[in-house]
Every structure is written in structure tokens, then in C-alpha cells.
Design a binder for this molecule. Structure first.
Ligand SMILES: C[S@@+](CC[C@H](N)C(=O)[O-])C[C@H]1O[C@@H](n2cnc3c(N)ncnc32)[C@H](O)[C@@H]1O
Length: 281
């Protein structure tokens, strides 16, 4: 818990689950913690081991610009927002609630966000939308954002999918964005010096691990397919804080020889953290 951002701690209601995790003697947490996301020994889930508290958006070099644009009316959407921690960070820093939104496949994660922060009275339920990013049908909760979003945040998200599926996600993001200069997609994800498809950590199929060069090539293909042009910044995040936590527990991403997630040795020493920011031209 050493990396709990002070802003989130201050944001959370004094009797929230988040506070009880920090001060268990003051505010005992419910006996049944929603495992595995809260289990500090577990790495068996993408959000395991409190990694969700290692916020993404605030660490982006573009954060000041993002915040200022949202304050001036830009619409922000965090896709795969999980507990909505990055959305709440923006609100703590003064972003108008009406301009920030989060979406996730899992309604229970969105609900747990309210349990964690106890901000039901502050944040309307409409801030968060349960939706599958691959569902582009008329019933999808994301339809309301079609061509209306200015900034999309995607942390630890593209890397969940193989090359083709992540390109589908990229095209979906572009359809949600306003087609105008300055529309932005930013975030971070796991990468590897050796770009390629890697065995899925918890699910089936593969997860594509980019290096900066392959990421640029991939995004150029997405841009071409959508008739959009982009300035792409992608670099290794040398702080690697969110990888270090993982490594410290003896876990790792990538190829494992049939071992339980989180128990095997690191088998992909080339792995790296990537941070990216794409601006529509
Ligand atoms: C690794 S977590 C990242 C969470 C958060 N962005 C972060 O950085 O801590 C990936 C999130 O994406 C969500 N997700 C996975 N597949 C999805 C899909 N098809 N559509 C929307 N969300 C999805 C998961 O439920 C999960 O909350």
C-alpha cells in the first residue's frame, strides 16, 4: 500500500473501504474482501495486488494539458477504467464531473469503485458505463459517445488483446472521438523489446507486446484504416513502478510453462512498460 496516491486517500470518504484498507484498526474492512483484486499476495488478476492504485493518468507527461482541457469543456473517457480510480483522480484535481466518464466490461468493478471510495453522493451512476468495447451495436452504452469524446485514456488495456483485436479497439476508439485536430488517446501498457504475440496471462489467446517501433507501425495501420492521421509519442516508462510491484511478488507477464499466474519466474526479461500519447492531426 506504500504507493497509495495521497489525492485518492484524501478523496475517499473517511468510512470508505479504501480508508479501511489503509487503517484497518480504525475502520475494519468487511470480512469478505472482493478477491482477488484486493489481495496483496495475488497476481492472478490484471488488477491484482493493489496495482490499480498506481494511477496512470496523473503520471502522463500530458496530464496538465489533459486536466486543463477537461476543465475547459473537453469530454474525457477512460476505457477499461476498472474501479474508476483515474476518473476520480481527475475529479479530485478539479475536473468537472459532467466531463469525465469511465467504462468497463465489468459492472461489478464499477460498483466496487463506489464501495472503495464511498462517493455515491458525489458521483452520479451515469459517470460509469458497463460496456464491451467490441460491441459497436446500437444497444451499447458507448454509443452515446460516438464522435463526442475529445480524450480517451486506456491504461493496461490494448495489451489485453492480440494484434488484430487491439487494432479493432483502436478503430473503435477513433469512432468515439471527435474527428478533429487535437483529439487524443493516451495511456500505458506492458510491452516487450521483442514485439510479438505472447501467451495470455490469465485468459486464452494471445496478448500483443509492442516495442515503441512496432507500436507506431500498428497505430499507423489503425490510422490508415480509419482515414485519420496522427502524431504518435510512445516511449519506455523507465519508472516501471507498476512492473516492479509485480516483479517483487515473483510474478510476471508473458510465457509461463503451465505455472499458476504469479508463481512462475519471469520468462520474458525483455518486457518493458510503455507510455503513449497519440494526437489526431
Ligand atoms: C488490466 S485492467 C486495467 C484497469 C485500469 N485501467 C488500470 O490501469 O488499473 C483492464 C480492465 O479492462 C476491462 N476490460 C477487459 N476487456 C474489456 C472489454 N472488452 N471492454 C471493456 N472493458 C474491458 C477489465 O474489466 C479491466 O477492468
Amino acid at each position: 500500500m506504500g504507493y497509495l496516491p495521497l489525492s485518492l486517500y484524501r478523496y475517499a470518504h473517511p468510512h470508505s473501504l479504501l480508508q479501511s484498507l489503509v487503517h484497518p484498526s480504525h475502520h475494519p474492512a468487511p470480512a469478505l474482501l472482493p478477491s482477488p483484486n484486493f489481495n496483496s499476495n495475488s497476481n492472478s488478476h490484471p488488477t491484482g495486488g493493489f496495482r490499480f492504485l498506481d494511477l496512470s493518468v496523473g503520471k502522463s507527461p500530458a496530464y496538465d494539458e489533459v486536466l486543463s482541457r477537461i476543465k475547459s469543456g473537453a469530454q474525457f473517457l477512460d476505457v477499461g477504467c476498472c474501479f474508476g480510480q483515474d476518473v476520480r483522480r481527475l475529479i479530485f484535481d478539479g475536473a468537472p464531473i459532467a466531463n469525465v466518464h469511465g467504462s468497463d466490461l465489468q459492472q461489478p468493478f464499477l460498483d466496487l469503485g463506489y464501495d472503495l471510495f464511498q462517493d455515491h453522493d458525489k458521483l452520479p451512476r451515469s459517470t460509469f458505463i458497463a460496456a464491451d468495447v467490441f460491441d459497436a451495436g446500437p444497444e451499447s452504452g458507448l454509443q452515446q459517445f460516438e464522435s463526442k469524446v475529445d480524450i480517451i485514456h486506456a491504461a493496461s488495456f490494448f495489451h489485453l488483446f492480440g494484434y488484430q483485436d487491439s487494432a479493432t479497439v483502436g478503430r473503435r476508439f477513433i469512432s468515439l472521438l471527435r474527428h478533429q485536430s487535437g483529439s487524443m488517446i493516451l495511456g500505458r501498457q506492458m510491452g516487450n523489446q521483442t514485439a510479438g504475440e505472447y501467451e495470455h496471462k490469465v485468459g486464452t489467446g494471445t496478448m500483443f507486446r509492442h516495442n515503441p517501433e512496432s507500436f507506431k507501425q500498428w497505430w499507423a495501420e489503425v490510422g490508415e484504416a480509419t482515414g485519420t492521421r496522427w502524431e504518435v509519442e510512445v516511449e519506455e516508462d523507465k519508472s516501471r513502478t507498476w512492473l516492479v510491484h509485480d516483479k517483487e511478488r515473483g510474478g510476471g507477464e508473458g510465457k509461463r510453462e503451465g505455472k499458476e499466474p504469479g508463481t512462475g519466474p519471469l520468462e520474458d526479461p525483455g518486457r518493458m512498460a510503455l507510455r503513449f500519447c497519440m494526437r489526431m492531426l
